[in-house]
Design a protein around this ligand. Structure first.
Ligand SMILES: [Zn+2]
Length: 213
C-alpha cells in the first residue's frame, strides 16, 4: 500500500515536468522557448474535449519566431497583469510564421470563452482577422494542431468547432475568419442553434500531460 502511494505521488509529481508531445506537420514553440512567465495558478480539465473554439487576438500579427515570441510575451502580460488572469488565456496561439505557441497547452483550463473553458480547447491566431484572412501557414497550423489533439486523445474525432462569437458577445474571431471557419467540416452551428455544453470530464493525468507552468 505504501509503495502504491509512493508511486502515485511520483506520477503526479512528474506529470507537470514532461515535455510537450510532438505534433506532426507543425512546430510547437514551448513556453520556455518564448520566455513565458510562470502561471499564477494551474487547474486541469478532463480530455478528450468535444469542443474547439477559434479566436483571434485582435492584436499584432507576426511572421517570424522572434516576433511571435515577443508577441506571446505581450499577450501574456496583458492577460496576467491587465486582466488579472492566471496565465495567457488560450490553450495554443498560432502565428503567421506557421508555428503554434504553447499557452495553457492541452490539459489546462483556459480563460478564453466564458462558461466553456473547462470543456473546450481554444486556438487563437495572432492578428486581427476582421477585414482579411490569416495566411495559409497559420491556417495549416490550426488544422495540424486539431489533428494532433485528436491523435493525442485531447480532442474527440467528432469534435464540434465554433468561433468565440458563437458562445459570447464578441466580434472574435473577426468577420473574415469567422466566415471561413463556417465552411469547415466540423463547424457546429450552421443553423445558428444555441450551443449545448457537454458535461465536464474528470481530469486524469496521462503520459501526454505536459508542460512546466
Ligand atoms: Zn476570442
Amino acid at each position: 500500500m505504501l509503495a502504491l502511494g509512493l508511486l502515485f505521488v511520483v506520477f503526479i509529481g512528474s506529470a507537470n515536468a514532461l515535455p510537450l508531445p510532438h505534433c506532426d506537420n507543425v512546430t510547437i514553440v514551448t513556453r520556455e522557448e518564448w520566455g513565458a512567465q510562470p502561471s499564477k495558478s494551474v487547474s486541469y480539465m478532463g480530455t478528450p474535449v468535444s469542443i474547439v473554439f477559434i479566436h483571434h487576438t485582435a492584436m499584432s500579427e507576426c511572421h517570424t519566431k522572434d516576433k511571435c515570441a515577443e508577441e506571446m510575451r505581450v499577450i501574456q502580460r496583458f492577460h496576467q497583469v491587465d486582466r488579472g488572469w492566471d496565465d495567457i488565456g488560450y490553450n495554443f496561439l498560432i502565428g503567421e510564421d506557421g508555428r503554434a505557441y504553447e499557452g495553457r497547452a492541452w490539459d489546462r483550463i483556459g480563460a478564453h470563452t466564458l462558461g466553456w473553458n473547462n470543456v473546450a480547447i481554444a486556438f487563437s491566431i495572432m492578428g486581427d482577422y476582421s477585414h482579411k484572412l490569416p495566411n495559409d501557414a497559420a491556417l495549416d497550423a490550426v488544422h495540424a494542431m486539431i489533428d494532433c489533439g485528436i491523435k493525442l486523445g485531447k480532442i474527440t474525432p467528432d469534435y464540434k468547432l465554433y468561433g468565440h462569437r458563437d458562445a459570447g458577445n464578441t466580434e472574435c474571431p473577426g468577420q473574415q475568419l469567422y466566415d471561413l471557419i463556417r465552411t469547415w467540416k466540423h463547424y457546429g452551428r450552421l443553423g445558428n442553434e444555441p450551443l449545448v455544453k457537454p458535461t465536464p470530464i474528470p481530469y486524469q493525468p496521462t503520459t501526454y500531460t505536459s508542460g512546466t507552468y
